[in-house]
Design a protein around this ligand. Structure first.
Ligand SMILES: *[C@@H]1O[C@H](CO)[C@@H](O)[C@H](O)[C@H]1NC(C)=O
Ligand SMILES: *[C@@H]1O[C@H](CO)[C@@H](O)[C@H](O)[C@H]1NC(C)=O
Ligand SMILES: *[C@@H]1O[C@H](CO)[C@@H](O)[C@H](O)[C@H]1NC(C)=O
Ligand SMILES: *[C@@H]1O[C@H](CO)[C@@H](O)[C@H](O)[C@H]1NC(C)=O
Ligand SMILES: *[C@@H]1O[C@H](CO)[C@@H](O)[C@H](O)[C@H]1NC(C)=O
Ligand SMILES: *[C@@H]1O[C@H](CO)[C@@H](O)[C@H](O)[C@H]1NC(C)=O
Ligand SMILES: *[C@@H]1O[C@H](CO)[C@@H](O)[C@H](O)[C@H]1NC(C)=O
Length: 278
């Protein structure tokens, strides 16, 4: 290598090094925010542009449910429209969308044994919060900090449900986790004495027993306004469709496998095309 090329090489290398450091710094910051290692909301306070945007179009969504540890959603924050519980006017009688059928599959592990209180308690280890509904009042116990305040959006959904169907929600006691990845591997809970913990979350898969609950974003962003319940429903909810029978299940899995194959084929075609170009 001669003098001049060495001279030229050095600053370029330094620039590359600086760029690389900045790149990894940004990557690290991005990853930290994504993983929830630090709270980005500290940057929001005093950020006047955001406040300006908010004040131009400010809609309050009160979720007055006590403090962060022991939470009760009081009746005073409840719509007071009168309606007849025992005689819903509009019995819509419509069938719920077919994805509702998966709840039968999600709950199958407990079909024979039922769910006992100690199975629920077992899910406490990983749960973000516990929701108890007694006599139409929701009680929440928060166990851990939750990324993106997903927990609050899910509570919002539950409060909306209570408002939509006052007096018609059954008493319940459920554990909920707000992360992305399933936590209850089915291989750890096989056989008649398996006693898997019932844990609700936004995602599950073939290898897991986590029970799927609507994603926090159903009640987030623009849907929050659309889903704001201002008076109770006077019609009964849609009817839960029956479980898939063996034939229907096979057909569903077949069409899923077909779709997967198709996507893989398109992917392969794309990469073959790119390779041919080079
Ligand atoms: C939260 O509310 C519960 C029940 O009202 C109360 O017992 C508890 O002391 C409160 N905790 C805090 C930190 O305010
Ligand atoms: C519902 O509550 C509002 C505000 O608290 C009150 O003005 C209204 O009279 C109530 N309506 C009924 C039917 O109780
Ligand atoms: C509510 O519905 C029940 C059953 O149809 C009926 O007996 C009752 O009179 C209704 N109450 C009111 C206030 O309309
Ligand atoms: C019953 O449902 C129909 C159609 O959805 C609606 O137009 C009507 O206002 C409803 N009636 C009552 C009393 O809610
Ligand atoms: C449930 O609520 C109703 C109406 O507010 C009340 O009459 C009843 O006593 C409550 N039951 C329990 C077990 O708290
Ligand atoms: C499964 O369900 C389909 C559609 O409802 C029906 O046509 C079929 O006879 C059922 N098969 C069995 C084995 O029950
Ligand atoms: C899946 O693909 C196979 C072969 O391409 C086809 O025979 C079958 O009908 C498809 N199944 C579904 C459910 O689409």
């Amino acid at each position: 290598m001669n003098q001049s090329s060495l001279w030229q090489w050095r600053p370029t290398s330094r620039n590359t090094a600086v760029t690389t450091v900045i790149f990894f710094l940004l990557l690290f910051v991005g990853l930290s925010v994504f993983m929830g290692w630090f709270d980005v909301s500290i940057f929001y306070s005093g950020f006047s542009l955001q406040q300006q945007i908010l004040s131009n179009h400010r809609i309050e969504h009160p979720l007055k449910c006590g403090n962060q540890t022991e939470i009760t959603c009081p009746m005073s924050n409840y719509p007071n429209t009168t309606y007849n519980v025992t005689n819903p006017v509009n019995s819509s009688g419509t069938m719920c969308p077919s994805y509702f059928r998966w709840i039968h599959e999600d709950l199958r592990p407990w079909k024979e044994t039922g769910i006992t209180k100690d199975m629920v308690e077992l899910a406490r280890k990983t749960a973000s919060f516990r929701l108890v509904i007694v006599n139409g009042t929701a009680y929440l116990q928060k166990y851990m900090w939750v990324f993106e305040t997903r927990d609050k959006f899910s509570w919002w959904g539950i409060v909306q449900l209570l408002r939509w169907y006052p007096g018609r929600l059954p008493d319940l006691d459920m554990m909920f986790e707000c992360g992305d990845l399933p936590l209850i591997p089915s291989r750890n809970f096989q056989g008649p004495d398996a006693r898997p913990p019932p844990l609700f979350r936004y995602c599950s898969n073939e290898e897991s027993l986590d029970i799927v609950f609507p994603d926090w974003s159903f009640w987030g962003w623009e849907f929050m306004e659309e889903s704001l319940v201002t008076s109770p429903s006077n019609s009964i909810p849609c009817t839960l469709p029956p479980p898939y029978n063996a034939t229907e299940m096979r057909e569903f899995l077949d069409s899923k496998a077909n779709a997967t194959r198709k996507v893989e084929m398109l992917e392969k075609e794309y990469w073959d095309h790119i390779k041919k170009k080079q």
